[in-house]
Design a protein around this ligand. Structure first.
Ligand code: ARG
Length: 462
């Protein structure tokens, strides 16, 4: 007799025929939702405690269910539990084995509960943990960024617009730009957590239950600050999954943008950074190559997370209330997004401190391309010249330099005075990249003083 034949499905009562094998395979979710086993048991334990308190099951039966669940927990932990495809999902697998373990009393666990509120609970418990973990990973990554910003506080680099050299900035300012992005990511996950942290259990299949349950008590055991207020909404709501995937997508946007910059900077054309050997890969044909595959993969993996967001949105958009099996399609995208975000954050947290920043190349690049032209224009503004005029004068000076193959710093005072009599000797104090950076002391600007101020603020936890 095949193992399939001995398994009786919890819902077998109404059915005359055995489930077709292809249908069983098609509908089964246990291959991926077994990942939720810990939360499924946690939820069941809280549920049975509540059933006991409400005298819906006897103390004796509750104890027996609890001990059965503990045994199953240990078996799964030890890898000794056999998840069966024909039992469809994690919930039925655990319930089936509970009944096998403790007998018919096990059948009392599912009182006043449906798999519809059970799965909603499991995902929420799972996400609560995962969000906590991801928040921690982001924080670690941010700590690395701030550490680097402190370490390289004197490194000047070209800031770009349109990927053309624009104005000199501090490398630390660039690093803290990413810090701010991840700060917003953290706040998005924290916000998402509020909607995740709601107890759906006790909604039953969709309408609630006639039995005298105490949802407040279950919420208290599981640490939920809120209880869902509409049973139909509770079993069909996956907004929190969408919110998570959207926060995950944005964190991937940021990781991908950072990766793209590092790929560029690592190219021979830029030469701003060198990747550590341990975080690079070689080419199977070109012996000289050291490739930034880690960054490229982070950049590439962003796509799958965005895809998961769209997948879940599309699953939800046409669903009538309340639960529909389509909702089973939320889990694989969610799990993969969690794993992808975690992996990308971890690998970049490991890579960043090992990067070698080529300070001299960066400085030289910052000095090229007339990057202090705006400083010259602002010098004229300080002397009373209207900005548009100052822009025009500076533009002419730049053209003169281009025609004569000179940089702004190559010009002497007489040459400069030809363009505006207002220019005095003090102009030379604004034309170096260091002066340019350090005078940008407007709030949020790149001056060393401002950047150090932000680092202090971050470190003091503001
Ligand atoms: N595997 C299902 C899911 O992931 C669990 C709930 C199934 N409920 C049902 N009535 N078939 O959504």
């Amino acid at each position: 007799m095949s193992s399939r034949a001995v398994v009786k499905k919890p819902w077998a009562g109404r059915f005359k025929e055995k489930t077709e094998k292809t249908v069983e395979t098609f509908t089964s979710s246990v291959s991926f939702d077994k990942r939720l086993w810990k939360y499924d048991i946690q939820g069941s334990m809280a549920h049975v405690k509540m059933l006991k308190k409400q005298k819906i099951v006897s103390a004796k039966d509750a104890e027996s269910i609890m001990s059965g669940l503990k045994k199953i927990e240990q078996a799964i932990q030890k890898g000794k539990f056999k998840f069966r495809d024909e039992l469809e999902d994690v919930h039925m697998n655990i319930e089936y084995s509970l009944i096998k373990e403790i007998g018919t009393t096990g059948g009392k666990l599912h009182t006043a509960r449906s798999r519809n509120d059970q799965i909603a609970l499991d995902i929420r418990l799972f996400l609560r943990d995962e969000i906590t973990g991801i928040l921690e990973l982001i924080k670690n990554f941010q700590t690395v960024l701030v550490g680097l910003a402190e370490k390289y506080i004197d490194v000047v680099m070209p800031g770009y617009t349109h990927l053309q050299k624009a104005q000199p900035v501090l490398l630390s300012h660039w690093l803290l730009a990413y810090f701010e992005m991840f700060e917003r990511d953290r706040s998005r996950f924290e916000d998402c957590m509020k909607r995740v942290n709601v107890l759906p259990l006790g909604s039953g299949a969709l309408a609630g239950t006639t039995l005298p349950i105490d949802r407040g008590y279950t919420a208290q055991i599981l640490g939920f600050p809120e209880i869902s207020r509409n049973s139909m909404d509770a079993v069909s709501d996956r907004d929190f999954v969408v919110e998570f995937l959207s926060a995950a997508s944005l964190v991937m946007v940021h990781l991908s943008r950072l990766s793209e910059e590092l790929v560029l900077w690592n190219s021979g054309e830029f030469g701003f950074i060198e990747l550590p050997d341990a975080f690079s890969t070689g080419s199977s044909i070109m012996p000289q190559k050291k490739n930034p595959d880690v960054m490229e993969l982070v950049r590439g993996k962003a796509g799958r997370v965005f895809g998961h967001l769209i997948a879940v949105l599309v699953v939800l958009k046409g669903l009538p209330l309340a639960y529909n099996r389509d909702l089973q399609e939320d889990k694989e995208p969610l799990f993969d997004a969690v794993d992808t975000v975690r992996a990308c954050l971890s690998v970049l947290t490991g890579t960043m401190p090992k990067l070698k920043f080529n300070k001299l190349i960066m400085r030289k690049a910052a000095e090229e391309g007339f990057s202090t032209a705006t400083d010259l224009a602002e010098y004229l503004v300080r002397k009373g010249v209207p900005f548009r005029e100052a822009h025009e004068i500076t533009g002419k000076i730049v053209r003169y330099c281009l025609e004569n193959k000179k940089t702004l710093l190559d010009l002497n005072l007489n040459e400069l005075k030809r363009f505006s009599k207002i220019i005095k000797k003090d102009v030379f104090g604004c034309l170096t990249v260091d002066a340019s950076v350090n005078k940008k002391d407007s709030f949020g600007g790149t001056a060393k003083k401002s950047v150090l101020g932000r680092i202090r603020e971050i470190k003091s936890g503001k």
